[in-house]
Design a binder for this molecule. Structure first.
Ligand SMILES: *[C@@H]1O[C@H](CO)[C@@H](O)[C@H](O)[C@H]1NC(C)=O
Ligand SMILES: *[C@@H]1O[C@H](CO)[C@@H](O)[C@H](O)[C@H]1NC(C)=O
Ligand SMILES: *[C@@H]1O[C@H](CO)[C@@H](O)[C@H](O)[C@H]1NC(C)=O
Ligand SMILES: *[C@@H]1O[C@H](CO)[C@@H](O)[C@H](O)[C@H]1NC(C)=O
Ligand SMILES: [Ca+2]
Ligand SMILES: [Ca+2]
Length: 566
């Protein structure tokens, strides 16, 4: 209540005051009414500043005698250098951009007794409605205000770097004159070598990727008196809101940052190796463009042979299995000025985080590491032997592939007959019972480029931990049955139990089985004994009538003995 009463008194006083001072009584100093004061006011006009403003000039009766709006351009002038009428030089002081003032100037501080041509009569009081749009000073330099700086900043913009950035360009009063966003692509340029207006060449220096700054520059570091096209007027200060997305120098090579180096590292990748790796690819500002994980499979390639971008060919060298490395590749070693697809813009620096799963060389053979040997390591395995072993199989990164222990029994094979992959055959040779080995099998001696669906990835290097549990010596190459001693001269009669001069399958089988049991003969180990004996019988039974006659027996025996025969 008290307050509003006070307000009313003031209002009354003001009205009286205005009434008392109303023309024709001449003013002896300027009167300034601030009709609009912007909230934000970083800078006010000082003597010696250069300003741009719009105005309407009127007589106290409201009749307009001049207007910058009618000319379609601001009034541009130094303040406090007698380039303006005295009242105006005074009235503009302390004004901020976007502030609006109604200025009343007595004749003594305007055109006085003489007036000005036909336009201003003698002793005229002048009213100016002024809107200030721009302030700068010849002493000004580029002003930089960083309002966001990323935590990590390893590198900042230097002279002759190439950068990509987004920006919004406004005049000091906030009018947007240009934005990279409207073109939906970054602005890409060299810095500090005159490709840009001087103020930007300076204002972008020292910036890190991800940083956001406001760069304010006076017209003499921008487009000066001429302005630029219809959007940037003469003598305009410019304000650029910039976010830096990318930075490199054409002299850059790749940058490598090790993130995890396994120890020990028995072997490092080199030119010509074939590598399987996972990666996350991002742009410098962190925008992801590709990842092997999204495809659920490693990226597989030869390295140093031009199958991948040059920077990657280099970045994949000298890596250990299991290593993690960041490779930063400048565009001239990646996709150049053109970029590729929708994800990689032109002139983009690429960041690859790499995880090496395995690599091998097409010339690799099986690596055998015998890490346990019994004192008496004899006999050793050879082709044809029936071997029983345990194994644990993994990929190079430790991924479990399979193990005999899950089934609780050994894996049993005849060596050298293609029952396992070639690398395994090689790795199980010359091994004695009780011996333990680690085998590293390259894919060309393992499951090849195709792998095993759902179990072994294509081109994978395999690691087998094997233990020889038991083995049985094989027969000489090609034989499925051999006599240990002399062959009985009465073979036919001994077989023909019921003396009908025919050997039936049961007589044959019983006989061979008995020889094997009594240690007189041996069947090839690791195969189905019945199948072997059946084969032996049908070889002998030349006419295939299910019986062997004395003649058939003889005939066959006279021929050069072939493998499955007696
Ligand atoms: C520019 O304006 C756009 C749209 O208003 C905005 O998203 C962006 O953050 C502004 N600043 C920069 C540096 O691009
Ligand atoms: C990758 O595997 C995950 C989980 O197994 C699955 O959800 C996704 O669909 C797979 N993506 C592709 C591209 O196969
Ligand atoms: C890739 O990104 C995923 C998800 O952030 C992460 O789990 C994986 O370790 C990254 N891989 C590399 C090689 O950095
Ligand atoms: C395989 O793993 C089992 C259990 O993890 C272990 O007992 C065995 O020694 C390993 N090696 C071989 C060759 O089986
Ligand atoms: Ca018989
Ligand atoms: Ca017969």
């Amino acid at each position: 209540m008290r307050q509003s009463l006070l307000g009313m008194i003031c209002l009354a006083l003001l009205i009286t005051f205005v009434a008392c001072n109303a023309p024709p009584v001449p003013l002896d100093d300027i009167v300034v009414e601030k009709t609009f004061v912007p909230e934000q006011c970083d800078r006010v006009v000082k003597s010696g500043d250069f300003v741009r403003y719009h105005y309407n000039g009127m007589f106290p009766d409201g009749k307009k005698f001049d207007s910058s709006y009618d000319r379609g351009s601001t009034y541009n002038v130094y303040v406090g250098k007698r380039q303006l009428i005295e009242g105006m030089d005074k009235a503009l002081l302390g004004m901020c951009v976007n502030e609006r003032r109604l200025i009343k100037i007595p004749p003594a501080l305007a055109y006085g007794k003489d007036g000005y041509g036909d336009i201003i009569p003698p002793d005229a009081i002048l009213h100016f409605d002024v809107l200030l749009l721009d302030i700068w000073n010849p002493e000004d330099t580029v002003q930089i205000r960083t309002y966001h700086r990323p935590e990590k900043c390893d590198r900042t913009v230097q002279v002759s770097d190439f950068i990509r950035y987004h920006y919004n360009g406004t005049l000091l009063d906030g009018t947007l004159f240009d934005s990279s966003h409207t073109r939906m692509r970054t602005y890409d340029t060299y810095v500090g070598i005159g490709w840009l207006i001087a103020g930007m060449d300076q204002g972008l220096l020292g910036m890190c990727v991800g940083e956001k700054r406001i760069i304010t520059l006076p017209p003499f570091l921008g487009y000066g008196e001429n302005g630029d096209g219809s959007d940037i007027p003469s003598q305009a200060s410019l304000v650029f809101d910039v976010v830096l997305l990318d930075l490199h120098n054409p002299k850059d090579s790749i940058t490598v940052e090790e993130q995890l180096v396994p120890d020990p590292c028995p072997r490092k990748s080199q030119v010509g190796d074939f590598m399987r790796y996972h990666y996350n690819g991002t742009l410098l500002d962190g925008t992801p463009f590709d990842s092997s994980y999204s495809r659920n499979r490693t990226y597989d390639t030869y390295i140093g042979k031009g199958y991948v971008i040059a920077g990657m060919d280099e970045g994949l060298l000298s890596l250990c299995v299991g290593q993690r490395r960041r490779v930063i590749i400048p565009p001239h070693l990646a996709y150049g000025e053109e970029g590729t697809g929708t994800e990689i813009p032109g002139s983009a620096v690429l960041v690859f985080d790499i995880h090496v799963i395995d690599f091998h060389n097409p010339s690799d053979t099986v690596q055998i590491n015998s890490y346990f040997k019994p004192d008496n390591c004899n006999p050793v395995s050879k082709k044809g032997d029936f071997v029983k072993y345990h194994y644990n199989a993994t990929l190079m990164d430790g991924t479990h592939i399979g193990s005999t222990h899950t089934y609780g029994k050994t894996y049993d094979i005849v060596l050298g007959v293609g029952q396992v992959v070639p690398g395994m055959e090689m790795g199980l040779k010359d091994m004695c019972v009780g011996e333990k080995r680690t085998l590293i099998i390259p894919p060309h001696l393992g499951y090849g480029e195709r792998g095993v669906d759902g179990e072994v990835p294509g081109s994978a290097v395999l690691v087998f931990d094997v233990e020889m549990v038991d083995m049985e010596e094989g027969l000489p190459e090609g034989y499925m049955f051999i006599w240990n001693g002399e062959v009985s001269p009465n073979l036919f009669n001994e077989m023909d139990k019921n003396k009908d001069n025919l050997v039936e399958p049961s007589e044959f089988t019983d006989y061979i089985a008995r020889q094997v049991n009594e240690g007189k003969g041996r069947l090839a180990p690791g195969f189905d004994a019945h199948r072997i004996i059946e084969n032996m019988f049908s070889n002998q039974d030349r006419n295939s009538d299910g019986k062997i006659t004395r003649d058939e027996f003889k005939l066959k025996a006279d021929e050069t003995p072939s493998h499955d025969e007696l």
